[in-house]
Design a protein around this ligand. Structure first.
Ligand code: C2E
Ligand code: MG
Ligand code: MG
Ligand code: MG
Length: 286
């Protein structure tokens, strides 16, 4: 089988391809292998209230490449988006997270969903199927999308968001404030929560505008009856300033690093559940 794969790969490497493109193609092939051979895993980062209690976790995908070591999702998620693998990657994430957390009793779970997934006809139907198969309670789950994903007038995106909401999932706007259309998106979609982007948090105490911006975002959230969380909180000073702005939920290295399932369940007092002996069922999209 590896011989076959090897032969296939040779056909990718046309001599006229430049090095960057070859490198991409080879990483794409490796990512496909990782999806087929259980090479990806999920880590979970705590989201805490002002007392430091963990109220939720964000699921984040990790890829440990056999030769290149760990590759950041900020690199391979866009690669998957451009190379046609994102639906398979997204399905893997949903299956794995539902399998690992579906039996939890008190900790909410946030899952990142790509704009490409949201634009795919049948995405909500897929989530419905996976949620039913894993017997999860959608009201314990939050779908994170960037505001850019909701930009524009895409009818399929709108119907996916509405269907997910009807199922009981909540919707959080990730990286809030960095897109083009934050305010119109809030008006158009029944968003439940905003995640103040790390760039505003890391500037707190450096440039004074960021404090005014964070303050305005928290007020906006309150006026629209939305939940709000700050991401990328690294220092006590940042948390104090966020508290001063009225922000009551935090995620970042200060309050908890992303960690493996076993460590996380110990920390929050959930159950490990059944061991996942088999790789999650192969995503149907590949
Ligand atoms: P994101 O959804 O905004 O996730 C937050 C990112 O900030 C994570 O990076 C997290 O590890 C990092 N982070 C958390 N606290 C801190 C902090 O205090 N300081 C700093 N500097 N960083 C912090 P990560 O895991 O590398 O993920 C990067 C991005 O990749 C995510 O940004 C998300 O857009 C995407 N991503 C990750 N997992 C998935 C996934 O399962 N599916 C999809 N579609 N995208 C994913
Ligand atoms: Mg996120
Ligand atoms: Mg974010
Ligand atoms: Mg971010």
């Amino acid at each position: 089988r590896s011989k076959e794969l090897g032969r296939q790969r040779v056909t990718f490497f046309e001599p006229e391809m430049d090095a960057a493109l070859r490198n991409r193609r080879s990483l794409e092939a490796d990512l496909r292998d990782a999806l087929l051979n259980d090479g990806l895993e999920m880590v979970y980062q705590p989201q805490v209230d002002r007392l430091g209690n963990i109220v939720a976790v964000e699921a984040l995908v990790r890829w440990h490449h056999p030769l290149r070591g760990s590759i950041a999702p900020g690199m391979f998620v866009p690669l998957a988006e451009e190379g046609g693998l994102i639906l398979a990657l997204g399905e893997f994430v949903l299956r794995r997270v539902f399998a690992e957390t579906g039996h939890w009793t008190h900790t909410r779970v946030a899952i990142n969903v790509s704009a490409v997934q949201m634009r795919a006809p049948g995405f909500a139907a897929l989530v419905t199927r996976l949620a039913a198969a894993a017997a999860i309670n959608p009201s314990r789950y939050e779908i994170e999308v960037t505001e850019t994903a909701l930009l524009g007038d895409d009818a399929i995106t709108a119907s996916n968001v509405e269907a997910l909401k009807r199922l009981g999932f909540s919707i959080a706007l990730d990286d809030f404030g960095t897109g083009y259309s934050s305010l119109s998106v809030l008006q158009r979609f029944a968003v439940d929560k905003i995640k103040i982007d790390r760039s505003f948090v890391s500037n707190l105490g450096v440039g004074d505008e960021s404090e005014a911006l964070v303050d305005a975002m928290v007020k906006l959230a309150r006026a629209l009856n939305l939940d709000v969380i700050a991401e990328g909180v690294e220092t006590e000073q940042q948390r104090d300033r966020l508290l001063g702005c009225g922000c009551r939920e935090f995620q970042g290295h200060l309050t908890g690093m992303p960690m493996g399932l076993r460590e996380l369940v110990g920390l929050v007092g959930e159950d490990m559940g059944e061991e996942i002996a088999q790789p999650a069922q192969m995503p149907s999209e590949i």
